[in-house]
Design a protein around this ligand. Structure first.
Ligand SMILES: Cc1ncc(COP(=O)(O)O)c(C=O)c1O
Length: 501
């Protein structure tokens, strides 16, 4: 028996709160540390730190003489050629949300025209702020701005994580509290943890109900004197279910605290779903208690990767997001988001994507994705041994009582499918995009899944390939610090230069 399984055996017998400190103490003993390091290394041996196949030029220093540009373009093109089929043919969960050739070519043209633009230099590129202001206005209008007398304002950020981080900064700064608290459901995106970490929040995560939705009463009980914001997701990343946003935002309003709807995944889909007649509860500024939202243009907004929108009810809250410096020798400085310089080209592509898709385009895309969602959901339900979590629409999580779900994920990976592993409970999800609405993709997914489940049932044992061992350990190992240690070493491994890769 190795050290990890021995400690796993011991630690699973002690209450979780003691397991952490027991592990923390043991890890300080040099011999235990060395043993742990060798075990982490062994586990990471089989982890998928992938590098491109083929023998590509590798640089661990700037080449002494310039490399021929045609050669560079050849390398980059051949890397793209290998990587493109999996996502283009729909074998990814999320990741590429539109992916149509014409749309990509169009966005690339727009990008190329503005690749040097930086909205920080507003005199040189006034177009950057034009694009940004209009992206914010278009998104706000889609999310109910016209239904309220309040002004809905916002900024563009680099992605969903930054949108959430910025909103949490705004609430913290508005409150002036030294140790503000956020109350969020267990299922809320990990970006809230990042925000808590960066901005000194105490984070209170409340377990979700049996339906994987936020538990409104339990969250209400957790709101206290230091709570500055409550949040819910529409839908949440892990299980794709929509939290009871009307009830949560009312509760937050009654208690006079902010409420953030994380609509990073659903912001560009749910408004159209409602218009199509789907029974989706309101989750946007139609609800008086919603004081901020995040909605990702780079997901179902079909823009190029690297943009999202954070919105606020009123300019005052947005002011707390901004950073301004009046006394810096470098001049009067202002910056709306985390970054200083920002890619104007991404603002141009997001603006272009919204304009080129249009309301009818979003309606049509939503209809196709939701129809594929119900087809895939029924197909998964029909596979013996699989169980759908909650009541999802297009981000569909499933677990299994009969097979090791991470083994299923590994066997899907062998077939080219990049699914997302979840834990607590062990599960896997697929976020359906326009790629999955192409002919035959959903059918192939379901038949591959049925085979993978069949094989996993026959195998029975702990999976040993791909990221499955890490998930296996992460799901069961009681000392979360060990999982953190393992992940840090995993990131280190990603940064290694591999000759010839
Ligand atoms: C619900 C939700 N919120 C936030 C995020 C974070 O977005 P990003 O990866 O763009 O930072 C995601 C990403 O999938 C998400 O699904």
């Amino acid at each position: 028996m190795n050290l990890t399984s021995l400690s796993e055996r011991i630690l699973t017998r002690v209450p979780a709160r003691f397991a952490g400190s027991l592990f923390g103490g043991a890890r300080r003993i040099p011999r235990v540390r060395r043993l742990l390091e060798s075990e982490y290394a062994e586990m990471l041996e089989s982890a998928p730190v992938e590098r491109p196949a083929g023998n590509h030029p590798t640089f661990d220093r700037i080449p002494e003489n310039p490399v021929d540009v045609d050669e560079i373009l050849g390398t980059i093109a051949s890397l793209a050629e290998v990587e493109t089929p999996d996502w283009r043919e729909g074998r990814a969960s999320g990741a590429v949300y539109h992916g149509g050739d014409e749309h990509i070519d169009f966005l690339n043209q727009v990008y190329a025209l503005h690749s040097q633009s930086n909205p920080l230099h507003i005199d040189l590129w006034p177009s950057g702020m034009k694009f940004e202001a209009e992206i914010v206005a278009m998104t706000a209008s889609m999310l109910g701005a016209a239904t309220t007398p309040d002004e809905i304002v916002g900024t563009v950020t680099s992605g969903g994580t930054e949108s959430i981080i910025m909103a949490m900064k705004a609430y913290r700064d508005r409150s002036g509290k030294r140790r503000p608290e956020m109350v969020i459901p267990e299922s809320a995106h990990v970006a809230f943890d990042k925000a808590a970490h960066y901005f000194g929040y105490k984070q209170i995560r409340i377990p979700v109900g049996d339906d994987y939705r936020a538990d409104v009463d339990a969250m209400a009980r957790a709101v206290g004197r230091n709570t500055v914001v409550v949040a819910g997701s529409a839908p949440g990343y892990p299980h794709g279910v929509i939290d009871p946003i009307p009830q949560l935002s009312d509760m937050a309003r009654e208690r006079r605290v902010g409420f953030h709807t994380d609509a990073c995944l659903g912001g560009f889909l749910l408004p159209w779903a409602a218009q199509l007649g789907y029974d989706v509860p309101d989750s946007d500024f139609r609800l008086p208690g919603v004081t901020s939202m995040s909605a990702d243009t780079h997901k179902y907004g079909y823009a190029a990767k690297g943009t999202s929108v954070v919105l606020y009810r009123g300019r005052e809250l947005r002011h707390h997001q901004y950073f301004v410096a009046a006394d810096w020798p470098g001049g009067l400085y202002y910056s709306p988001t985390m970054a200083g310089s920002r890619p104007g080209a991404l603002l141009a592509t997001a603006w272009a994507a919204l304009a080129a898709t249009g309301q009818t385009g979003y309606l049509d895309a939503t209809r196709r994705i939701l129809e594929t969602g119900s087809y895939v959901r029924q197909g998964i339900e029909a596979i013996e041994g699989l169980r759908i979590l909650g009541d999802p629409m297009w981000v569909i999580a499933f677990g299994s009582d009969d097979a090791n779900i991470y083994e299923v994920m590994a066997r899907m990976a062998q077939r080219g499918w990049s699914l997302s592993g979840l834990h607590r409970p062990p599960a896997v999800h697929i976020a359906l995009t326009l790629r999955h609405t192409e002919p035959g993709v959903a059918e192939t997914f379901l038949s591959d899944l049925a085979e993978a489940v069949h094989e996993a049932k026959a195998t029975g044992s702990r999976p040993q390939t791909g990221s499955a061992p890490m998930y296996g350990m992460a799901a069961t190992f009681p000392a979360r610090r060990a999982v953190g240690d393992l992940l840090r070493r995993f990131i280190d491994k990603l940064y290694e230069v591999r000759p010839g890769s």
